[in-house]
Ligand binder design. Structure first.
Ligand code: UD1
Ligand code: UDP
Length: 372
């Protein structure tokens, strides 16, 4: 039995790491294999190679090197290249993650060749079709035959769209990735001293805010970006703001870099885990970082009008502030730490079974019964 995993963007390397590890552990001595396809959507060393190195992900079997381009051109180039690989490799299952153009291309290529698709992080919805990610999620979910949901709410979203078969609520694979990153980051802090983490940046636990912005709705709208930067500048009077800059955002803020905000290059997942756990608060439009903030019990202000991770908001640990300067500053200064925090997406639960192990068990069970 052969599984083809398609990845291409930073969060997908992080999500695929624990699942790929679990697949390869289950494969030992059995007729199971995984081929890893990297579309090349992200390609800078600090957006790609660092994650393979740090997270011990096997080198891709196919590195497509597609790179950046407008949506149609990028997705089309991926589709054509993935199709060629799937025709050659004829896997029994194609495994895709999240909601990027790499996810969509992998799912479309597989669907056209009638290869079953498994989607990790299925059922997430922002109900905002202006987001390219929402289109990618909806299409992928409607093509997939195995849908791995991080939460019951995600499964319920699928039911509303008539998808009932093959839906499994397994929790979120990023919990495992984060737990491991925190452990590894602690080790690095001891061995690398001033070259890593808070020491490298001259920061102290609780002494700074951590910010990231990369969503097209923020970076490509000058008014929204200016408002966010103005809010960060205001709160930098309370504590310094550390801002690892995504390459999409780098281009947009090249002209104006407000004083008080410390812009740094993107960091690896280990250093990010350390920066997150030490932050007084996280301000972000990242999907993954909203969850990581919750699991680390760091308050989060989300720089978007909606979120798919609604449970973190309902739990009181995440405040939606959009790109409104006043709302962002108010959310930071008035944040009240909730006293309790329920286990969400599998994080903090007592069971040792991880989302990755549930996914692999289901995947292998289903593949074996379908493909002998
Ligand atoms: C993509 C995903 C988004 C996800 C994000 C994770 C889509 C539609 N969007 O957005 O859902 O949250 O990844 O980080 O798939 N660039 C570089 N070097 C790189 C990669 C990108 O310079 O290694 C620059 C290029 O100028 C490129 C721009 O960043 O045009 C945007 O990259 P792209 O992959 O198209 O979208 P992201 O904003 O990264
Ligand atoms: N991340 C990282 N280094 C950075 C910024 C983010 O390792 O400089 C990690 C972050 O901890 C999370 C993931 O990347 O695990 C989130 O990816 P991103 O914000 O790019 O995409 P999204 O989750 O919004 O799709």
């Amino acid at each position: 039995m052969k599984i083809a995993t398609i990845v291409g963007a930073r969060p997908q390397f992080i999500k695929a790491a624990p699942v790929s590890r679990a697949i390869r552990a289950a494969a030992a001595g059995r007729n199971i294999s995984e081929i890893l396809v990297h579309t090349g959507q992200h390609y800078d060393d600090n957006m790609s190679a660092v994650f393979f190195e740090e997270l011990g992900i096997a080198a891709p079997d196919y590195d497509l090197g597609i790179g950046s381009a407008p949506h149609g051109v990028q997705t089309g180039a991926m589709l054509a290249a993935i199709e060629r690989i799937l025709e050659r490799e004829r896997p029994d299952e194609v495994l895709v993650y999240g909601d990027t153009n790499s996810t969509l291309a992998g799912a479309l290529a597989a669907a056209k060749l009638s290869i079953p698709i498994a989607h990790v992080e299925a059922g997430l919805r922002s109900y905002d079709r202006r987001m390219p990610e929402e289109i990618n999620r909806v299409v992928t979910d409607h093509l997939a035959s195995l849908l791995f949901c991080p939460s019951p709410a995600a499964a319920s979203n699928l039911r509303k769209e008539g998808i009932r078969e093959g839906v499994y609520v397994v929790g979120d694979v990023m919990v495992e990735a984060l737990t491991e990153a925190v452990i590894q980051a602690k080790k690095r802090e001891t061995t690398r001293g001033s070259e890593f983490g808070l020491a490298r940046l001259g920061l102290e636990d609780g002494g700074y805010f951590l910010a990231t912005v990369h969503r097209a709705e923020n970076t490509d709208d000058p008014a929204r970006l200016q408002n966010i930067l103005a809010a960060l500048k205001t709160i930098s009077r309370d504590r310094p703001v550390v801002f690892p800059v995504h390459p999409r955002t780098r281009k947009m803020i090249a002209a104006e870099r407000p004083a008080g905000i410390r812009f740094i290059d993107p960091v690896g997942h280990l250093e990010m885990a350390r920066l997150e756990s030490g932050a007084a608060m996280i301000l972000t439009d990242s999907g993954g970082m909203q969850k990581e903030a919750y699991w680390l019990k760091v308050p989060c202000v989300t720089l978007r009008d909606r979120t798919e991770w609604v449970e973190t908001v309902a739990a009181g640990w995440n405040v939606l502030a959009g790109a409104d300067r006043t709302q962002i500053v108010r959310a930071v200064r008035n944040f009240k730490r909730p006293r309790k925090s329920a286990p969400l997406y599998g994080g903090g639960s007592k069971t040792r079974t991880t989302a990755a192990s549930r996914i692999v068990k289901t995947l292998l069970g289903t593949c074996q019964s379908t493909h002998k």
